[in-house]
Design a protein around this ligand. Structure first.
Ligand code: T46
Length: 135
């Protein structure tokens, strides 16, 4: 499976680091929504869904976490542990997030507004869709 990661150059100086991300210049889509996940309890695994249309960039801006990706054929485990590195997740990709370190913050840049109808939350339905649509 091809894993696409974006590295955003930090503008560091003797005060610390600053990362700027500009929609469509630095990303393959225009950002319509930003959300973040924090205070994740030990042992928690979340996600367990795919999206029909949504594209996202996941950045663990503090701490680290792991992402399980599944395109219906292959799987991959990706570690996010750099505040200037983003993982691109295309549509039609099953994802699970786990192994959050204490205090980890996972920032997500999303190509679409929140839409519950865009979620495929049943793994068997996901595999069926991949097979039927030849994805
Ligand atoms: C994804 C992974 C990486 C909203 O009201 N608006 C939002 O924009 C989002 C993302 C969620 N919500 C509500 C819906 C649920 O009541 O927040 C609650 C938790 O959402 P969910 O259970 O979907 O969270 P995760 O961590 O399983 O998945 C989230 C995103 O939903 C999903 O798109 O790709 O993070």
């Amino acid at each position: 499976m091809n894993i696409t990661k974006y590295t955003f150059p930090p503008h560091g100086d003797d005060r610390g680091q600053l990362v700027a991300i500009e929609a469509t210049k630095d990303l393959p889509f225009a950002i319509k929504r930003v959300y973040y996940i924090y205070d994740t309890l030990p042992g928690v695994r979340r996600g367990f869904h795919a999206h029909r249309n949504l594209q996202q960039i996941l950045i663990c801006v503090s701490g680290s976490c792991k992402i399980h990706l599944d395109d219906g054929h292959d799987t991959a485990e990706v570690t996010l542990d750099k505040p200037n590195e983003g993982l691109y997740i295309a549509n039609n990709m099953w994802r699970e997030m786990y192994d959050f370190t204490p205090g980890a913050v996972l920032l997500v840049l999303a190509s679409e507004y929140y839409d519950e109808a865009d979620y495929i939350r049943n793994y068997e339905d996901f595999l069926k869709m991949v097979q039927e649509e030849g994805l």
